[in-house]
Design a binder for this molecule. Sequence first.
Ligand code: NCD
Length: 325
Amino acid sequence: MPTQSTSPHLPFGENKNAPWYGMDILSVKQFSRTDLEYVFGVAHEMRGMVERVGTFDLLKGKILANLFYEPSTRTSSSFTAAMERLGGSVIPINEVKYSSVSKGESLPDTIRTLECYADVIVLRHPETGSAAIAAKAARKPIINAGDGVGEHPTQALLDLFTISEELGRLDGLTVTMLGDLKYGRTVHSLARLLTLFGARLNYVSPEILRMPKEVMEEVADKGIVQTEFGSLEKVLAETDVLYVTRVQKERFEDVADYEKVKGAYVIDPDVMKAAKSEMIVMHPLPRVGEISPDFDDDPRAAYFRQMEYGLYVRMALLAMVLGKA
Ligand code: NCD
């Protein structure tokens, strides 16, 4: 019989006292302000190390299983890069159709399989709540890389790190979220996280893509002012962070509805004349027309820098749950 650890998330030979050691990262609701300061502090150090030495052996010998049931470029490759820059290695499962999932294997069984080989599992799945189901089945840490229209906590952490690095502050900002607020999981996580910093939130979307009631109620419970708009005009001038999202075509039940709203907003240099000079435009990417490439050279365009911040935040998170930060 193999020896089992007594705690479900504490494999052998690790320092149990490190904060976040062995924990799952499923939702931004797990993070307090102090936790965020800690994550960002570690991410800062990671940035410094990458700039100085590129790759180092903090997680040497550790293995990450990168399990993606939905397409991904940034999340998947940044977790891979994060693990490899820390000296660890990766089992990449980007095409579940080539795995036993295509034979009908359940998510818990797939997770139980991968944790025999890996120390941590990053999971992206089309169903809300799937990361929590995986975490229940797993003894090793699960990191939610997007569960349907639910949450995308690591994206929200990197979004907040981006704001902090770019604007130098997090408190009392006016953040305008634009586009598909119904299906966009990144804005669901970010809105929740911003409640810790007394943000003022503006939601600009077509009627059928409004921010879900349950997210708005949670945010309102924290005393945050939220206002909904159909167009950007009224709020652009006061905005510190304009967070643009893609209309999530794959989540629509009726493609005719998608066609009606797909080009609803386009950010370009002309539109941005109304915005402050000290503000940033963010986007989790991919973009599909909602930000014109003509705007890319504007210093306020932070969306490409945002991707790089993601590497450092994901390095920090991996080091934390593996007890090395
Ligand atoms: C986002 C996602 O997958 O939710 N992408 C990402 O992780 N950077 C946003 C999107 O797909 O529109």
